[in-house]
Design a protein around this ligand. Structure first.
Ligand code: ADP
Ligand code: MG
Length: 139
């Protein structure tokens, strides 16, 4: 079933010049970009995006990190895009991520882990709409 997911190439990965590598992995895995936006989050943009994690001890640090530099926000479309993208990303903690995953290649630790990916159809819908009006998504 074709579906959409939201990916974010986080500030650490942008600083490492890993945009091309990560986008290349999406394209060679059958995940088609249908919207792309480069931007720098304000702290409150990050807080709104991660509102689900508000009660977590790492929330403030996470939002500071996510607003620390430019990110690339991407809508990916393809069969089982949400699960496929999570598999490409690897585990949240890069030390536990499988070989060959994005987080294994580019993540430094459980916070600075290179990429974000939606975890369910409901979060994908919220996250995509958070950044893209429908008319800015192609395909
Ligand atoms: P994922 O990004 O794999 O879906 P979560 O939704 O649990 O992981 O967490 C969101 C983000 O918060 C993570 O990608 C990571 O940047 C950060 N994070 C998660 N757990 C921790 C932690 N224990 N300490 C610091 N940062 C964390
Ligand atoms: Mg998550």
């Amino acid at each position: 079933m074709s579906e959409r997911t939201l990916a974010i190439i986080k500030p650490d990965a942008v600083k490492k010049n890993a945009i091309g590598d990560i986008m290349g992995r999406y394209e060679t895995s059958g995940l088609t970009p249908v919207a792309i936006r480069m931007m720098q989050f304000s702290k409150s943009t990050a807080e709104g995006f991660y509102a689900v994690h508000k009660a977590r001890p790492f929330f403030d640090s996470l939002c500071t990190f996510m607003s620390s530099g430019p990110v690339v926000v991407v809508v990916l479309q393809g069969n089982n895009a949400i699960k496929k993208h999570r598999e490409l990303m690897g585990a949240t903690d890069p030390a536990k991520a499988d070989a060959g995953t994005i987080r294994k290649a580019h993540g430094a630790n459980i916070e600075f882990n290179a990429v974000h990916g939606s975890d369910s159809p409901e979060t994908a819908q919220f996250e995509i709409a958070y950044f893209f009006p429908a008319m800015e998504i192609v395909g």
